[in-house]
Design a protein around this ligand. Structure first.
Ligand SMILES: [Zn+2]
Length: 321
């Protein structure tokens, strides 16, 4: 199972609402058209008749009759087109306008899930998860370079520009990133600022701390998840951007190391970008995690190393919360 039951339920409800709204609007448009132009209904009835007669005449081989009915049919089509022109609409305007013209908002075509349904599931699952994260707290504008010592400011300014460009140009081919550096240097701030911008582009973004990710995956793995469980291996692999904050603060054991590796590796395999934040140095990562994880991270991630003094302490000193 990929997502929680409630995610599927809500996606199905949204699709059925889209379908009903499209059909209701089409019904309304048809009613007002036919009440203003009742002749259209008459012509359409006659047209239906001629189609049946064409089929009959074709079957009986009566060519003369067939020609006669075809002529009548063309004449009726011409008249109907005139009525539409008079009303200033086309036949298409009376048909339901579905959000997805591929599946007509059914969510599947011949039993195969439509992309619109897959994206909807992803969007709902990400929205759910982000309800409990501090996403709304950070943007690029509030990232204050004046907190950084003179000697680090240029480097941090480059990091800020990189992150802001990253967010602006985010797509499925974007790099994965590892942000390293001590506590309180603005890693979470910039990661959340990226998340906010990417979400505005309509992408599915998940921000989660490493301890939360590991504990929910543990519940999932050992079957303790409830039907409403939101974090599933599927959404962690499939979301457009996954941000794992505070890597290294989770309880380290074989399960957690394997879980972190599996999530990151499955995203690489799918070509989905990940942002990892950690207070650990690369040497500490090597000490705490498996070689294959560290080699994946260093091989696939662009590294942004944050420098400076703990901004939270500086803010306290300046009396800013
Ligand atoms: Zn569709």
């Amino acid at each position: 199972m990929g997502y929680s039951k409630s995610v599927y339920g809500r996606a199905d409800r949204i699709l059925s609402e889209r379908r009903l709204t499209a059909q209701r609007n089409a019904d309304k448009a048809q009613q007002s058209f036919y009440s203003a132009y009742p002749i259209a209904r008459e012509i359409e009835h006659k047209l239906t008749h001629t189609f049946t007669n064409i089929a009959r005449a074709t079957l009986s081989g009566d060519h003369e009759k067939l020609l006669e009915i075809k002529k009548e049919n063309l004449e009726l089509q011409r008249k109907l087109a005139q009525v539409y022109a008079l009303a200033g609409i086309s036949e298409e305007d009376l048909k339901p306008k579905y959000t997805c013209s591929h599946c007509n908002d059914k969510g599947n075509v011949d039993g195969v899930a439509c992309d619109c349904y897959i994206n909807l599931l992803k969007q709902i699952a990400c929205d759910d998860l982000n309800l409990r994260s501090p996403l709304s707290l950070s943007d690029f504008e509030s990232f204050d370079l004046s907190y950084y010592p003179e000697e680090c400011r240029h480097k941090m300014s480059n990091i800020l520009s990189y992150c802001s460009n990253y967010a602006e140009n985010f797509n499925s081919n974007s790099d994965s990133v590892i942000m390293t550096g001590g506590t309180g240097l603005g890693k979470t701030h910039l990661a959340l600022a990226i998340a906010n911008e990417v979400i505005k582009k309509g992408k599915g973004v998940i921000y989660i701390t490493a301890p939360d990710m590991v504990s929910t995956l543990e519940e999932y793995q050992f079957g303790r998840e409830t039907e409403e469980s939101e974090v599933t291996p599927k959404i962690l692999s499939d979301c457009d951007l996954l941000i794992i904050d505070d890597l290294g603060t989770e309880f380290l054991n074989n399960f957690s190391k394997g879980a972190v590796y599996n999530v990151f590796n499955s995203r690489i395999t799918r070509g989905n970008p990940t942002i990892i934040n950690t207070n650990l140095t690369i040497q500490e990562l090597e000490k705490n995690y498996t070689d294959r994880f560290v080699s994946r991270v260093t091989g696939y991630c662009r590294r942004l190393h944050f420098e400076g003094s703990d901004i939270r302490i500086l803010k306290k000193m300046r009396g800013i919360k």
